[in-house]
Design a protein around this ligand. Structure first.
Ligand SMILES: [Mn+2]
Length: 438
């Protein structure tokens, strides 16, 4: 038997102020239930699912309205059985089935289980937990038609919010105001929960990969870039989109040069996506394309073969993160590394979030970037083995102005290639300029 509790209602410490609830992803995957304090018991042998609903007290009707009944829950979610999650009910169900094993994921909250079964679950946890984790990973990595539809909607809503922000950003005084405009558009489209904290980074802040402070003023009429990495979720399914564009509405100078490198890299990867391709090969392609772009921009010595630059991890100085990741119920979705697949312990591959051969039904992000990170560049310039490949003057010139560029789309792998789920927001420079001029 498998026991999976859903997410629980939580409050701020020492208060009764409830935190915003978002269902735990594995539980949602199995049940579709978005409300807190439910549990699931799956009898694997009997292929029988019992959904346990909270023991709604008399107060519920007063503060939250009439509570759902077993019958209404049965009708809505269609499990094999519905029961109220009292200690007695759970004990009766487990004692009655007498499972040979009670499987739980590591770290599962076992508080609702009867004492004897809590001990059983703990004993079984070490042996069986990897099995259950693998089952979730392998199931969730391939998206069925219903999941694909939700990802499509999350992508479309988030793309529309990016478009609205491109059109309105020049009226925003701060990064926070730009964030507010993005979230307003998501709310307006009935997607009130962000899949992650938006990154709204102006100028050099674009070099901070997970910048979420979002408090700096936005300079008026500056050619400086704004990097916006934000996506809403729809029924718990995420979008993850990044666009980078000039606050002035015109791509110019070194900003434009940097943008061209990233756009070309993203296009090269997109053109190569299809089932059977190894994700780390796509990452390699991104690094190689970036290397050629860096050479053309004069940042890296042009008289050296790309392979030699790769061997010395030079492109990774500018593209220091992985090409992308699985996306689904979680923005960095379950199943990136199948059981037994190790990480590649090399600077160019260290932060790769996925190592798999692509299959139809997988959803992944494609998000190359080019950044000028002081800590990375200073270390490289101090390391003769890397410094000899860099054009120091040119690097200094870029890092004075440019923070970073990232272009990120979400794609669904199909039998013949891919479907871009976030194509609703432009990335060609002329298209962005036209949109911002409206
Ligand atoms: Mn991402």
């Amino acid at each position: 038997m498998i026991y999976v509790p859903g997410g629980r209602t939580t409050t701020r410490p020492w208060t009764d102020t409830e935190a915003v609830f978002r269902q735990e992803s594995h539980f949602f995957y199995l049940t579709g239930v978005e409300e807190p304090d439910h549990h699931l018991l799956l009898d694997v042998e009997r292929r029988h699912a019992t959904l346990l609903i909270p023991d709604y007290g008399a107060d519920h009707a007063l503060w939250s309205g009439p509570p759902p009944t077993c019958a209404s829950v049965q009708e809505r979610y269609a499990p094999d059985a519905v029961a109220v999650a009292t200690a007695d009910t759970i004990k009766r169900l487990l004692d009655g089935a007498q499972p040979a094993q009670l499987l739980v994921l590591p770290g599962t909250d076992l508080a609702a289980l009867p004492d004897a079964w809590r001990e059983r679950a703990r004993q079984d946890e070490s042996a069986a937990a990897p099995l259950l984790q693998t089952a979730f990973a392998e199931a969730r990595i391939i998206k069925n038609a219903g999941e694909q539809a939700l990802l499509r909607r999350a992508g479309a809503v988030s793309a529309a919010a990016h478009v609205a922000l491109m059109q309105g950003v020049r009226g925003c005084a701060t990064e926070r105001e730009a964030q507010a405009l993005f979230e307003y558009e998501c709310f307006r489209h009935d997607a009130p929960i962000q899949a992650y904290t938006p990154i709204v980074a102006a100028g050099r802040a674009g070099a901070v990969l997970h910048y979420t402070k979002n408090t700096a003023p936005l300079p008026r009429n500056s050619d400086d870039l704004l990097l916006v990495d934000a996506g809403a979720e729809v029924s718990c399914y995420a979008a993850d989109i990044t666009r980078t564009y000039p606050l002035s509405g015109r791509f110019t100078g070194l900003y434009k040069t940097t943008y061209e490198i990233v756009l070309e890299t993203q296009k090269a990867v997109l053109a190569a996506l299809k089932p059977g391709v190894a994700w780390e090969a796509m990452h390699t392609l991104a690094l190689q394309t970036t290397a050629a772009g860096l050479q053309r921009a004069g940042l890296v010595r042009a008289d050296v073969a790309v392979d030699e630059l790769m061997a010395h991890d030079i492109p990774a100085l500018f593209l220091p993160h992985g090409l992308g990741h699985a996306i689904g119920l979680d923005v960095h979705d379950a199943g990136g590394y199948p059981k037994g697949t190790p990480r590649i312990d090399r600077p160019s591959y260290r932060y790769l979030r996925m190592r798999r051969d692509l299959q139809a039904g997988m959803a992944v992000t494609v998000e190359p970037g080019c950044y000028f990170v002081d800590a990375i560049l200073d270390a490289a310039l101090a390391n003769p083995d890397q410094a000899r490949y860099l054009v120091a003057d040119r690097v200094a010139q870029f890092r004075r102005e440019v923070g970073g560029v990232r272009i990120e789309d979400d794609v669904l792998i199909t039998d013949t290639g891919y479907e871009n789920l976030t194509a609703g927001v432009p990335k060609e420079m002329a298209e962005i300029e036209a949109l911002m001029a409206q």
